[in-house]
Design a binder for this molecule. Structure first.
Ligand code: PRT
Ligand code: MG
Length: 210
């Protein structure tokens, strides 16, 4: 049976490719140039599903894919139901942060307006610290929200912080650390253990080799 691995284009794909190659798994064509959403591997026993970063956990949860590579930020937001997370790949590292105008006092406002695509994580973070917030769901360009008065702050992932600085914002509070994780569908792990276990072990060795 062919194993399916869900991956997103962009930074996760670029960083995952060398790890998969070390585990002997190579796509037969580049997802950046191909328009195909299912790419066979060179060896033929694995195929790649190209999905949105935020959809990887959903595909693996429901068995649309057996394995996937997904940011911990996405997993935290998704909840991780139906998924096993056997391996931290140590790539695509970033931090989920509350960000806003420099020096903004997050405790002074009665009810902060928070724009984010991480609505679940944001709600939990502010609830855990006993602050009332109004959550505004966005799908991208989060930095615009405080600049236009749509929201007081955003909750978003930060890597270098260059995007924040370019827009006159800064990271104000830490929510969670993130790096890309290998996830496996719970049922696939049982049914296809003989083919999945060696992949996990080879990826583990590739990560350890750095
Ligand atoms: O396509 P979809 O909208 O569903 O997902 P996506 O656009 O978030 O996908 P992608 O490929 O951008 O990100 C995939 C995963 O990479 C995320 O889920 C994170 O786990 C991880 N990652 C690591 C990041 C970053 N670093 C990062 N810097 N994801 C996004 N960013 C953004 C950041 O929010 C900022 O807007 O990149 C921009 C540049 O960041 P700075 O801080 O370096 O300027
Ligand atoms: Mg993006």
């Amino acid at each position: 049976m062919t194993l399916r691995i869900a991956l997103s284009k962009g930074r996760i794909f670029d960083d995952t490719l060398p790890l998969l190659a070390a585990a002997g798994i190579r796509p037969s064509e580049s997802p950046e140039t191909s328009r195909k959403l299912i790419l066979p591997s060179q060896s033929g026993d694995v195929e790649f599903l190209i999905v949105r970063a935020s959809d990887v956990a959903t595909y693996v949860q429901h068995g649309g894919a057996d394995l996937g590579v997904v940011g911990k930020d996405v997993l935290l937001e998704h909840g991780g139901e139906g998924l096993i997370e056997p391996l931290d790949l140590g790539i695509a590292s970033c931090k989920l942060m509350v960000c806003g105008p420099p020096e903004l006092d997050l405790s002074q406002k009665h009810r902060l307006r928070v724009a984010t695509k991480y609505t679940h994580c944001a709600r939990e973070h502010f609830a855990a610290t006993g602050r009332q917030v109004e959550i505004i769901k966005l799908y991208g360009s989060m930095e615009l929200a405080p600049l236009t008065g749509l929201a007081d702050v955003i909750v978003d992932v930060v890597d270098t912080g260059n995007t924040l600085r370019a827009n006159g914002l800064e990271a104000l509070e830490h929510v969670a650390n993130s790096s890309a994780r290998l996830v496996v569908n719970r049922v696939s792990m049982k049914i296809s253990h003989a083919s999945i276990a060696p992949i996990i072990e080879r990826l583990r060795a590739a990560v350890a080799a750095g």
